[in-house]
Design a protein around this ligand. Sequence first.
Ligand code: HEM
Length: 111
Amino acid sequence: MGGAANVAATINDVVDHAASDPRTRRSFEDVNLQRIKSSLAVLICELSGGGCKYTEDSMRDVHAGLRITQAEFYSLVQIYRDALVRHGIRLRERNELLALLAPMKRDIVEK
Ligand code: HEM
């Protein structure tokens, strides 16, 4: 994944884009983006085998009440994919990472 610094830079990019992209920004209006960036960095570090331990609330609890739709979820995945490309992560690693995030949909999207 290009090391911790690249993971952090990629995550900053994802969160900044998600908070300004018309497809996803409505959920981010009154939230502390810095907090999301640091939590997400730990979560991704753990998922990608970087030796971290994510100890914040579950994905279900964190996103409860935000009424995130499936379309918003897929838009965020697209934003993430684009950021990984910009940060030089290769196809194989991109797909591995996104495959780890995909199953979280059931905890994040509200039916
Ligand atoms: C696999 C996809 C996703 C992952 C891994 C993820 C991960 C996270 C993490 C780690 C946090 C911070 C938890 C904390 O410390 O408070 C968070 C918060 C948040 N996420 Fe996500 N998220 C995902 C999808 C989405 C989507 C699709 C949206 C909206 C389009 C979204 C909107 C938010 C918002 C608004 C917060 C802040 C909640 C608050 O502070 O009240 N997330 N997410």
